[in-house]
Design a protein around this ligand. Structure first.
Ligand SMILES: N[C@@H](CCC(=O)N[C@@H](CS)C(=O)NCC(=O)O)C(=O)O
Length: 231
């Protein structure tokens, strides 16, 4: 970290205000059961103390997080980080762990699967949520569109199923943040009762394995939300 004076010169005025308001602990802003829960799982695994605040209990969340989305992490020094992948990588670089490989080839594989989650699988579900809950359509068109989008999601689960044929977790024998996120997304199937999302046997086994990890259970307990296994 640069000396304090340089650090403050680097910050914008708003950033400075947040920095001065630092609480001395990490605060995770969440919508329980959403992608922000994956960050809670990671915080549990890293043993980093944090408090949870539900986005909907913050009077003007959008003035702090312009996208109005979760997750957002307010660090000990008051700085806000948004975007799940950026938060995860910040935490992994700051706190000792074995998830972020030192070897550049292995690290690139981790980045690849982390982005498969955040940039491919998550938005594929996002399109389903938009059709199901945000966009006005006739029942018939809605059902048909949802099934088409669900087929696209199923094809992504099939990619993971293939990878998991010979691996316990996505990167190998040990769970990483890529596994936590995939398992969190899988519970979103519960939001689409009349739409068929296919998951292969390897994916199902994998989700059960991730869901039984202590850090995973601890995060869901802390968020007071049930992990929905949909198979
Ligand atoms: N690119 C963002 C996407 C975050 C996102 O989609 N968050 C959802 C929950 S999974 C959210 O806040 N939804 C509520 C809303 O958009 O109002 C990230 O990865 O952090």
């Amino acid at each position: 970290m640069p000396p304090l004076v340089d650090y403050f010169i680097l910050l914008s005025q708003t950033d400075r205000a947040f920095a001065l308001n630092g609480t001395g602990s990490n605060t995770l802003y969440t919508l329980p059961g959403s992608c922000s829960t994956g960050i809670a799982v990671l915080l549990e695994k890293l043993g980093v103390p944090y408090q949870l605040i539900k986005r909907n209990n913050v009077a003007d969340y959008q003035s702090m997080v312009p996208t109005n989305q979760v997750p957002a992490l307010k660090r000990e020094d008051g700085q806000i980080i948004t975007e799940g992948a950026a938060i995860a990588l910040y935490l992994l670089e700051k706190h000792a762990n074995t998830m972020l490989p030192v070897d550049v080839e292995q690290r690139s594989k981790f980045y690849q699967w982390l982005n498969f989650d955040y940039s491919t699988l998550h938005p594929a579900y996002g399109r389903m949520f938009a059709i199901a809950y945000k966009i006005k359509l006739s029942d018939e068109v809605k059902a048909e569109t949802l099934q088409q989008l669900a087929d696209a999601v199923s094809s992504l689960w099939a990619i993971l199923d293939k990878r998991l044929e010979i691996r316990k977790f996505i990167l190998g024998d040990q769970p990483t943040h890529a596994d936590y996120m995939a398992a969190v997304y899988s519970s979103w199937n519960a939001g689409f009762a009349n739409t068929k999302i296919e998951m292969g046997t390897n994916v199902k086994r994998f989700i059960a394995d991730v869901a039984s990890l202590p850090e995973f259970k601890a995060a869901y307990e802390k968020e007071q939300v049930e992990f929905k296994k949909t198979f």
